[in-house]
Design a protein around this ligand. Structure first.
Ligand code: CAA
Length: 365
C-alpha cells in the first residue's frame, strides 16, 4: 500500500480490500491491477461470495496463460425501461461506470427516478441504523450512472453493451448492426431478450464470437438469477466474461443454450398460460361456485406451491405484452400446446391493459 498512486480513490469511491484480506490471499494492491481494483471495490455490500469470485479472477489473471477475459468496467445499457433501469442499478451498485441510453431525456429522467426509488428500498434495509451512510451510498451509485440519447458516443469506450429494448428482431438487429461499427473491437454485445434467438440478433454483426445473452429477471435488484446464453458462435472467453460479470453483480448465473425460452421462461410461461386458461374456462373453486376467481388461482399457488406471487399477479408484474411476445416467439415449437395463445390475454393486450405498468391487467393497480 506504500506504492505511489495506489492510494488514489477508486472512481466509484469505494474502499480497497483490506490489508488482512490481501495478506491472507498473498495479493498486493499492485497485483490487483487498476481495473480489478475498481471491480473489487464493491463497497459496504461486498459479500463473501463476490470476494471468493474476485480472488479466483485475480488468481486466473496471474496464471501462466494470458488474461483473455474482458474485464468489464464500462457498461452501456440501451433501453431505460424497467429492465434497463434495473440492470443499470445493479451494475452501478457494484462499481461499474454505466451509461444508460434511451431515445428521450424524459424517459431517462424516469429511469433515474426508478433507480433512486429502488435504491431507497435497498438502503432502508441495509443501512437501517446508518441513514447517512445510506444517503451517501445512493449518491455514489447514482453518480456511477450517466445518461445519453446519443447511442454512438455512448458505446465508444464500452466494455459491454447490454440491450434491453422492445422485443422486435428487426429493431434489435438494426441497433446492433449500427453499434458494431462504432464500438471498440473488444466490446462484448449482449441482449436481454426473453423471446428472441440470440443467434438471430447477433447475425446482424461481425462479432458473433463476442455476442451472447444476459437475461435478467424483474425486479432486477431483487432477483438473484441471470441466464447467460451462448450461441454456437459465442467464444469461450466471451461466455466466461459474461459469467464473471454476472457474479461481480452478485447474481447467480446459469449457462443456457440459445433455445426457446431458455430455462426460466420455458417453465414459467406455461404455468402462467395454464393459470390464464383456468381462469378463462371458469374452472373450479367448488361445485357451487364454478368461477375460479383470479384471487383463488393466485392464492392457491402462493399457499400451495410457495410462490411469492400468484401466476396472474406475476403476469401483470412481468407485463402481458411480454408474456405474449414469449408465446409468439418465432423459435418456439408450433406443435407444443403449452405455448398456445389465449383469447383473454390477446383481448387485454389489445385494450392496452398490460398489467402493472399501465395500471390494469388481470387486476387493477
Ligand atoms: N427494488 C428494490 N427492492 C425491492 C424491489 C425493487 N424493485 N421490489 C421489492 N423490493 C424489496 C422490498 O423493499 C422488500 O424489502 P423488505 O423485505 O426489506 O421490506 C422486499 O423486496 C419484499 O417486497 P414487498 O414486501 O414489496 O413484496 P414481496 O414480498 O411480494 O416481494 C417481490 C416482491 C420480490 C417482487 C416478490 O413478490 C417476488 O419475488 N415475486 C416474483 C417475481 C418473479 O418471479 N420475477 C421473475 C419474472 S420473469 C422475468 O422477469 C423474465 C422474463 O423474461 C419474463
Amino acid at each position: 500500500s506504500s506504492t505511489p498512486g495506489l492510494e488514489s480513490p477508486c472512481p466509484a469511491g469505494f474502499r480497497y480490500p483490506g490489508a488482512r484480506w490481501r495478506r491472507r490471499r498473498r495479493i498486493s494492491l499492485v497485483q490487483l491491477g487498476a481495473p480489478l481494483r475498481c471491480v473489487l471495490h464493491c463497497g459496504p455490500e461486498l459479500t463473501t461470495n463476490s470476494m471468493a469470485f474476485a480472488t479466483s479472477q485475480v488468481v486466473r489473471g496471474f496464471s501462466s496463460s494470458a488474461v483473455r477475459n474482458v474485464v468489464i468496467k464500462n457498461v452501456t445499457i440501451i433501453g431505460g425501461g424497467q429492465m434497463g433501469a434495473g440492470i443499470a442499478q445493479v451494475a452501478a451498485s457494484t462499481g461499474h461506470s454505466v451509461t444508460l441510453v434511451d431515445t428521450s431525456d424524459d424517459i431517462l429522467k424516469k429511469s433515474i427516478k426508478t433507480i433512486e426509488g429502488s435504491l431507497k428500498r435497498v438502503v432502508k434495509k441495509k443501512f437501517a441504523d446508518k441513514p447517512e451512510a445510506g444517503e451517501e451510498f445512493i449518491k455514489k451509485v447514482v453518480q456511477n450512472v450517466s445518461t445519453s440519447t446519443d447511442v454512438e458516443s455512448a458505446v465508444q469506450s464500452s466494455d459491454l453493451v447490454v440491450e434491453a429494448i422492445v422485443e422486435n428482431l428487426k429493431i434489435k438487429q438494426d441497433l446492433f448492426s449500427r453499434l458494431d461499427k462504432l464500438a471498440p473491437p473488444h466490446t462484448i454485445f449482449a441482449s436481454n431478450t426473453s423471446s428472441l434467438s440470440i443467434s438471430d440478433i447477433a447475425s446482424s454483426t461481425s462479432r458473433q464470437d463476442r455476442f451472447g445473452g444476459l437475461h435478467f429477471f424483474n425486479p432486477v435488484p431483487m432477483m438473484k438469477l441471470v441466464e447467460v446464453i451462448g450461441t454456437p458462435a459465442t467464444s469461450q472467453e466471451t461466455l466466461d466474461s459474461l459469467l464473471n460479470f454476472s457474479k461481480v453483480l452478485r447474481k447467480t448465473p446459469v449457462s443456457c443454450k440459445d433455445t426457446f425460452g431458455f430455462v426460466v421462461n420455458r417453465l414459467l410461461v406455461p404455468c402462467i398460460m395454464e393459470a390464464i386458461r383456468l381462469y378463462e374456462r371458469g374452472v373450479y373453486a367448488c361445485y357451487y361456485n364454478s368461477d375460479a376467481s383470479k384471487e383463488d388461482i393466485d392464492i392457491a399457488m402462493k399457499l400451495g406451491a410457495g410462490h411469492p406471487m400468484g401466476p396472474l399477479e406475476l403476469a401483470d408484474y412481468i407485463g402481458l405484452d411480454i408474456i405474449n411476445s414469449v408465446i409468439e416467439g418465432e423459435t418456439k415449437d408450433p406443435n407444443n400446446p403449452l405455448f398456445n395463445s389465449s383469447d383473454l390475454l390477446n383481448k387485454l393486450v389489445a385494450e392496452g391493459k398490460l398489467g402493472r405498468k399501465t395500471g390494469e391487467g388481470f387486476f387493477k393497480y
